[in-house]
Ligand binder design. Structure first.
Ligand SMILES: Cc1cc2nc3c(=O)[nH]c(=O)nc-3n(C[C@H](O)[C@H](O)[C@H](O)COP(=O)(O)OP(=O)(O)OC[C@H]3O[C@@H](n4cnc5c(N)ncnc54)[C@H](O)[C@@H]3O)c2cc1C
Length: 397
């Protein structure tokens, strides 16, 4: 006889565990299964090992989706404060780092332990590691699912897909959720790595060989989005929070715009210096690291690099100011899913109920978390979506 459960959740990550907890609390018999042998590795490595578990300022504007309104309902029903209440219930010390980002004082393992504990309290059963080989409707009927796994056959009334996105395949990410969507003729929006470093072609890196490791506070914009945060120059291109944020908006072939001196009126400052006999790169060291100032001047205005500032005309000064506020670079690509924090795109939200996360054309099939076409900015928003969408589905499965 196959093992029978009310609810099977595939994927024991952030969203899957939250959904299982809520369904278990409603008295549903729940089985949570995952193909990994270690629980919730993505939570463990998140936030530099301290898990940026939510953001106090979460709102729909912090998410990218083909349907920006889809996330509203779930976010309203499980708020950052609701997750904070859980963290406090488990006596986990935490702090706000900046911009509403909440991190554990200790280790992200504490969040995994919290979820595991809540699952146990809600009577959730586990199978890990467990590989699902096939999913089908029970006897071809319109309700119920049959799962053939490497641990035997299971049946369930409802099936929740919480298998996350494609980023960091080395710790268990897979395309399984998208494959299940395809099996049931559910549309998937185009997928690409996001919150990811941007890389340059080798010839673009010429002249920048001395710069890896340099970090500045910058404002980076692209395709209507703008982020003010740290920018880090790497051996392959650009990284740091401002770049990770803008990567979600960047399209191949288009420039990103970097304001290297967002707090300075560069035109006025340069006009104050117009009688100086110093080289521009030397003057710029008042505001930028020396190596960056030198490389930027050589790359941007090579013909004027060795000319003292008092020989520049007003037009040239204005142009230089404009370029410092709008340094345009066209990345060659991204560092890919191996380095991306999330996958942009996913199960098309038009296919799902925003109230329950249930697939409109497949009663009993639910999608939660990152597998859905809802992608958060950097800063705790992706976990908040995982908690909120898992919670929403957990009330109905
Ligand atoms: C390095 C890094 C740091 C991050 N830091 C943060 C942060 O600090 N704050 C934040 O908000 N977000 C952060 N994120 C993003 C966040 O981790 C994800 O958005 C979130 O984990 C998504 O939750 P999920 O439950 O949808 O998917 P996941 O947490 O990825 O869980 C999916 C689960 O499904 C399992 N699975 C996959 N395929 C199968 C299969 N075929 N069969 C069975 N099981 C399967 C996986 O093993 C995994 O356990 C970070 C991401 C990375 C990569």
């Amino acid at each position: 006889m196959p093992l029978k459960k009310d609810v099977v959740v595939i994927g024991a990550g952030a969203a899957g565990m939250m959904c299982a907890i809520e369904a278990g609390k409603r008295g549903r018999s729940v089985l949570l299964l995952d193909h990994a042998s270690k629980l919730a590795e993505k939570i463990r490595i998140s936030g530099g090992g301290r898990c940026n578990f939510t953001n106090r300022h979460t709102g729909p504007d912090n998410f990218l989706s083909h349907n920006p309104n889809f996330c509203r309902s779930a976010l309203a029903r499980f708020t950052p404060q609701d997750f904070v209440a859980l963290v406090e219930k488990h006596h986990i010390p935490y702090h706000e780092k900046k911009l509403g980002q909440l991190f554990c004082d200790g280790s992200s393992q504490q969040i995994i332990d919290l979820l595991r504990h809540e699952c146990d309290a809600a009577g959730v059963a586990w199978q890990m590691p467990c590989r699902v080989n096939n999913v089908s409707r029970v006897n071809g009927a319109s309700a119920g699912f049959m799962l053939e796994t490497d641990r035997g056959t299971l049946t369930s009334d409802t099936l929740v897909i919480a298998t996350g996105g494609l980023s960091i395949p080395q710790i268990g990410a897979s395309a399984y959720g998208y494959r299940i969507a395809e099996q049931f003729n559910i549309t998937i929006t185009p997928l690409r790595p996001a919150l990811v470093p941007l890389i340059f072609a080798p010839e673009q890196l010429d002249g920048f060989s001395t710069l890896p490791g340099i970090a500045v506070d910058a404002a980076v914009s692209c395709n209507g989005a703008r982020f003010r945060d740290g920018l880090l120059i790497t051996h392959r291109g650009l990284s740091g929070p401002a770049i990770l944020q803008i990567s979600s908006y960047w399209q191949p072939g288009t420039p990103i715009h970097i304001d290297l001196l967002p707090d300075l009126d560069v035109t006025s400052w340069l006009f104050d210096q117009k009688h100086s006999s110093a080289l521009l790169s030397n003057l710029l060291t008042q505001h930028l690291p020396r190596r960056l100032a030198e490389a930027w001047v050589k790359a941007t205005i090579p013909e004027q690099a060795e000319v003292p500032v008092n020989r520049y005309g007003n037009k040239a000064l204005k142009q230089i100011a404009a370029q410092l506020h709008d340094w345009q670079v066209i990345p060659d690509g991204t560092a890919g899913y191996k380095k991306a924090e999330v996958t942009l795109g996913g199960v098309d939200t038009r296919e799902l109920s925003s109230k329950t996360m249930e697939a409109k054309k497949v009663p009993g099939l639910y999608f939660v978390g990152e597998v859905v076409d809802v992608t958060g900015h950097l800063g705790g928003f992706n976990f908040q979506w995982a908690w909120a969408s898992g919670y929403a589905a957990g009330q109905f499965v």
